[in-house]
Design a protein around this ligand. Structure first.
Ligand SMILES: NC(=O)c1ccc[n+]([C@@H]2O[C@H](COP(=O)([O-])OP(=O)(O)OC[C@H]3O[C@@H](n4cnc5c(N)ncnc54)[C@H](O)[C@@H]3O)[C@@H](O)[C@H]2O)c1
Length: 334
């Protein structure tokens, strides 16, 4: 197989300027294309402009799981742009390796199945051996897995979903905490949960249960890090246009990009911000939580959802309003 072609038939692309030029520095990590759906992510510098040119993660070493695609890939590019050294970890060998190659010399790739605790332990050891320490863990790999309703949920489907979306985060926290202790230096642990942890209806039952439990893990890690300087926080994304979405609706990889464009057009106007969520929105939140800008924030749940959790999706209020209108006109008639 051509190593530059990916499992999904797309090649990750990072826009480059002339090597070594300022244009190269600005553009190299300013846009990254998802390997699976071809979606192009606008990153931090383009969003905030040159005024935000500080290197927020200068010399920090980060591990990002689920980094071959979606939010993890966008975050890897953003962390690198801010001076970090990044180990991208993912189960997708070709996509992950190609992304790391494209992202430059401060990026490494390790093929890791996060449901295997031994592989997570060696991942942490690898980052420390390769770059000298570990400062940031972005425990992010995840997938919807079993979408069955509670009444149909089989033990195997529940276990598989929890293994990826809960157990793997607990193991990642464990090995990162041990590394922070070994090196005598604190770190920041960021874990991707979901608004499905707060409200039913966004994803399958097993996934929502796992994401809710992740919030408890995040708080427990924060508590057990009391006085050490280590921080632990959760990001709760709303519906974000990444390759995770199309398979949940039975859409084939080949149609993913067109499908996501249509979803973007359909839901954009419904959000409080007026556009759909992008992987770069999560990357920017992760950058904040990884950096010293958030040095007094730990044990927190940060929703990054375009305001979705700020209002109710339930139709009850609309129905009461309708009844009130009908009631008022009945009163006028009587
Ligand atoms: N996209 C959304 O709307 C949304 C909303 C809320 C939360 N999330 C969460 O965001 C995180 C990132 O998802 P995304 O939307 O970027 O999806 P994505 O599919 O683009 O990325 C997930 C990555 O995790 C990797 N992965 C899956 N299983 C793995 C394993 N066993 N070991 C190692 N890597 C594995 C995949 O290969 C993929 O690269 C996930 O935890 C997901 O649950 C996504």
């Amino acid at each position: 197989m051509d190593q530059n072609r990916l499992r999904h038939g797309h090649q990750p692309a990072v826009v480059r300027g002339r090597p070594g030029s300022r244009a190269d520095h600005v553009a190299v990590r300013s846009r990254v294309r998802c390997p699976r759906c071809g979606f192009s992510y606008r990153l931090f510098r383009e969003t905030l402009g040159d005024s935000m040119s500080a290197q927020l993660l200068d010399r920090k070493v980060a591990i990002i799981t689920g980094a071959a695609s979606g939010m993890g890939l966008a975050t890897a590019a953003t962390f690198l742009e801010h001076g970090a050294k990044v180990v991208l970890a993912d189960i997708q060998q070709d996509a992950g390796q190609t992304a790391a190659d494209q992202l430059g010399p401060a990026a490494r790739f390790r093929r890791v199945d996060v449901t295997d605790a031994d592989q997570l332990e060696s991942l942490v050891q690898y980052a420390a051996d390769e770059f000298g320490s570990l400062d940031v863990l972005f425990s992010n790999a995840g997938a919807a897995c079993d979408l069955s309703p509670v009444a149909e949920l089989a033990p195997e489907g529940l276990r598989r979903t929890l293994a990826l979306n809960l157990d793997a985060h607990a193991a990642a926290h464990k090995f990162a905490l041990r590394q922070f202790r070994r090196q005598g230096r604190a770190g920041s642990i960021i874990t991707t949960a979901s608004i499905a942890a707060l409200q039913a209806g966004w994803n399958g039952a097993a996934y929502s249960m796992a994401k809710a439990a992740v919030l408890a893990l995040v708080r427990q890690t924060a508590l057990e890090s009391k006085g050490t300087g280590t921080r632990s926080n959760a990001i709760l994304p709303g519906a974000v246009l990444t390759p995770m979405i199309p398979p949940m609706f039975g859409i084939a990889d080949a149609d993913a990009s067109r499908f996501l464009s249509r979803v973007s057009a359909a839901i954009g106007g419904q959000t409080l911000i007026g556009r759909a969520g992008l992987a770069s929105d999560i990357a920017n939140a992760a950058l904040f939580l990884a950096s010293d800008l958030s040095s007094w924030i730990t044990g927190a749940d940060l929703t990054v959802d375009g305001g979705a959790m700020a209002f109710t999706k339930d139709a009850t209020v609309d129905l009461i309003t309708q009844v009130a209108c009908e009631f008022a006109s009945d009163e006028v008639r009587e």
